[in-house]
Design a protein around this ligand. Structure first.
Ligand code: UDX
Length: 436
């Protein structure tokens, strides 16, 4: 099939590359020239395992192309994925101006039938607005079109795997014609037995927000249980394992720590609270989820103070800046609040992350008390404490004897429960983790 993808952000780029890899002919529209220039050379503007290789392969075989001209995208195919950004507005609501702009531009350039598919996360009933906008701006009112919702559930760091191996594919459609196109598009998946769920567009839009909010709630829930574990002397991992064996609960997303970050959960929870509010509902459960998540960062800083007393002039090594492992993304990362506060307190910070240092440098340029190191062990020389903020595998596999030898004091404050407390004690560390 021929497919147009508008917007080469995380969702758009992965969607475009994966559909091309499945044998479709894809044209991806990206208006930011610096991004476009990289994409045309097969370089992914984001770090995502396997993405650059996939892009290069499909560019070479002629299955994927890039342009900054939306009219070209509209001409190219009848199937148009909207993957533009829906950032958080000042009031917490999603800012849908890019969705509106793209809908208008599609309408102004359409000369025959189009299926417009929302893939970005949007508030419920956005499809109604897209429909209304296209109807208003279309020149020839006799041209037929459909709007569908097909939310994406991929995680950063395993985006390609998630796209190719979905737990479910959700398609919200209103017409038979749109349903047939979507079924055809996803046939390679349904043939392999991946479930395809056909719903109304409103239900599909809701499924995305409801799923992400539920997962965020699960994280805040386990973080509260972790606090209780600390009070009573239980181990949160034992509790989470015990809960997780219940199939109705499941072990996933029950890892206690310094809370969730990233481009999705914080934004989606906020937006969902606002969506409920717009419909006259008070989603107190989600407000609490958010409040607990915010308090995790403060709690981690309080822990540092409890252990170090005064942070001023202390040498503090920080391992992990990305909001989670296997990404260079630092959006809403706990590391930002933690580094900002420790900098304010006058600590000497030596920062390390396998992928996110370049992005972090924009926010915190190197200065007298902030430096970046290329080798994780270099952060430890004469350190009074090591903080672990992201659970990268290389930290899990660190040579702890070497760690201890390099540090001035063997103090490790771990926000992600990377090590076994018993083993750390045996090795002679003063080790603090979450809920254990
Ligand atoms: C999420 C959803 O998983 C995905 O389906 C959706 O499409 C986009 O949002 P992502 O933001 O890439 O994906 O990250 P995810 O792996 O879900 O983690 C989100 C945050 O929760 C991270 O900060 C992570 O550290 C935190 N987390 C996750 C926990 O604190 N504990 C857990 O048990 C799981």
């Amino acid at each position: 099939m021929k497919i147009t993808v508008i917007g080469a952000g995380y969702v758009g780029l992965v969607t475009a590359a994966c559909f091309a890899d499945l044998g479709n002919e894809v044209l991806c529209v990206e208006k930011v020239s610096s991004k476009l220039e990289k994409l045309c050379r097969g370089i992914s503007p984001i770090y995502e395992p396997g993405l650059s290789e996939m892009l290069q392969r499909n560019i070479k075989e002629g299955r994927i192309q890039f342009t900054d001209r939306i009219e070209e995208g509209v001409r190219f195919s009848d199937v148009i994925f909207l993957c533009v950004g829906t950032p958080q507005g000042e009031d917490g609501k999603a800012d849908l101006s890019q969705v509106e702009e793209a809908s208008r531009q599609i309408a102004q350039n359409m000369t025959d039938y189009k299926l417009i598919i929302e893939k970005s996360t949007v508030p419920v009933n956005t499809h109604q607005w897209v429909k209304k906008t296209v109807k208003r701006y279309i020149k020839d009112k006799s041209i037929d079109f459909d709007v569908a919702s097909n939310p994406e559930f991929l995680r950063e760091g395993s985006a390609i795997y998630d796209f190719m191996n979905p737990d479910r594919i959700v398609v919200g459609v209103e017409s038979e014609r749109a349903r047939k196109i979507m079924e055809e598009l996803y046939r390679p998946f349904t043939e392999k037995g991946f479930p395809l769920l056909i719903t109304t567009p409103a239900a599909a839009e809701l499924i995305k927000h409801a799923s992400n909010s539920f997962l965020a709630m699960k994280i805040s829930y386990i973080n509260m249980i972790a606090d209780l574990c600390e009070k009573v002397g239980a181990d949160i991992n034992e509790v989470a394992d015990g809960m997780g064996y219940d199939k109705r609960i499941g072990r996933d997303f029950l890892n206690a720590g310094i809370g969730y970050g990233g481009s999705c959960f914080p934004k989606d929870v906020q937006a969902f609270i606002k969506i409920a509010e717009d419909h006259g509902l008070d989603f107190g459960l989600l407000k609490e989820t958010e409040k607990i998540n915010r308090s995790r960062r403060r709690k981690f800083l309080d822990r540092i103070e409890d252990v170090l007393w005064i942070s001023k002039d202390k040498n503090i090594a920080v391992w992990g800046l990305a909001f989670k492992p296997n990404t260079d993304d630092i959006r809403e990362a706990p590391s930002i609040d933690i580094v900002r506060e420790l900098d304010r307190l006058g600590a000497n910070l030596r920062l390390y992350d396998p992928k996110a240092m370049e992005n972090f440098r924009y926010l915190f340029p190197e200065k007298e008390n902030i430096s970046y190191v290329e080798d994780m062990y270099d952060a430890l020389k004469d350190a009074d404490a090591l903080l672990i903020i992201t659970e990268w595998d290389q930290f899990k596999n660190a040579d702890l004897d070497r760690v201890k030898q390099l540090m001035r004091l063997p103090i490790v404050i771990d926000g992600r429960n990377v090590y076994d407390p018993k083993m750390m004690k045996e090795k002679g560390f003063e080790y603090y983790s979450i809920g254990r």
